[in-house]
Design a protein around this ligand. Structure first.
Ligand code: OGA
Ligand code: MN
Length: 284
């Protein structure tokens, strides 16, 4: 096997990792991968072609798997049924995928936000359907002192019902991916990373209703922060090839899917790693 190589992407986040077979990862190589994950926030592994089992095993290196649908380790994010037919635009699963096109961090609307997520590309459309990430550590660092002072101590609620309603779509129903019927969790706008100690903006489409602000004022502040944050050099967009795996740190990175022509299939396999209750549990 060739030597592990970690090549930083020309942005404040991201690295491309080669010279490793993730299906046969030894502990010493894992330690280097984990350290690169903390440095770069997202890691791109081209051409891994992992089986579902190997994808789950790599996910478990990061922590416990968050079960999105029953006890599945790998969940398809896809507009194609098993029989090859494509979903209609009105299908609830398409609505959740349209929601994914807004900047977000995974499971922030759940009591325990996610630690990491990974996607592997199985079927990719001929154009579009990229995934893009934005670095919330660099975004926080780039804020002016006045904004940093304004947001320190602020919190926001996170809700998938809110974010879906805002784009005119329904929230998932009971039993479906993303369903949560409890009180929306409340989270600080500034998160301290449990491994690196770096501060980052913890925002995205699910965030709303900052206590102490009028709803309009809260929405404007959150929108302004998001627009400022998700700009070059803090973004990286990946054009997928089948077999690629990307893993990202939901604690300090936002992501979104880019649109594609739904007459073409796009099949991605998602594995989500649960946050640590010591650091990713909501305030209330
Ligand atoms: C997700 C997600 C983006 C994409 O799976 O959580 O946001 O590009 N996916 O499919
Ligand atoms: Mn997501």
């Amino acid at each position: 096997m060739s030597e592990l190589e970690v090549e930083a992407i020309d942005a404040t986040l991201g690295a491309v990792v080669t010279g490793v077979d993730l299906a046969a990862l030894d502990d010493a190589t894992w330690a280097r991968v984990e350290s690169a994950f903390h440095d770069h926030g997202i890691l791109v592994f081209p051409g891994q072609h992992l089986t579902t089992e190997a994808q789950g095993a790599f996910g478990r290196r990061f922590g416990s798997i968050e079960h999105l649908v029953e006890d599945a380790i790998v969940v398809p994010i896809s507009n194609q049924r098993r029989d090859g037919s494509l979903l209609d635009e009105g299908d609830l699963r398409m609505k959740v995928m349209r929601g994914n096109e807004g900047w977000h961090t995974d499971s922030s609307y759940m009591p325990l936000a996610a630690k990491a997520s990974m996607l592997t590309a199985r079927v990719v459309p001929s154009t579009g359907g990229q995934t893009e990430w934005a670095d919330m550590r660099a975004a926080y660092d780039a804020l002016d002192a006045e904004t940093k002072a304004r947001i320190s101590g602020l919190t926001a609620y996170h809700s998938l019902k809110y974010s879906q309603a805002r784009i005119g779509d329904e929230a998932p129903r009971k039993g479906a991916y993303g369903f949560f019927d409890g009180e929306p969790p409340l989270r600080p706008l500034v998160k301290v990373h449990p491994a690196t100690g770096r501060r980052s903006l913890f925002i995205g489409r699910h965030a709303y209703g900052i206590p102490g602000l009028e709803p309009d004022e809260s929405a404007k502040l959150l929108d302004d922060l998001l627009t400022f944050a998700c700009q070059p050099p803090r973004t990286y967009q990946h054009s997928w090839a089948p077999g690629d795996l990307v893993v990202w740190d939901n604690r300090c990175v936002l992501h979104r899917a880019r649109p594609w022509d739904h007459a073409e299939a796009r099949v991605m396999h998602h594995t989500r790693v649960a946050g640590d209750p010591a650091t990713e549990l909501a305030l209330v």
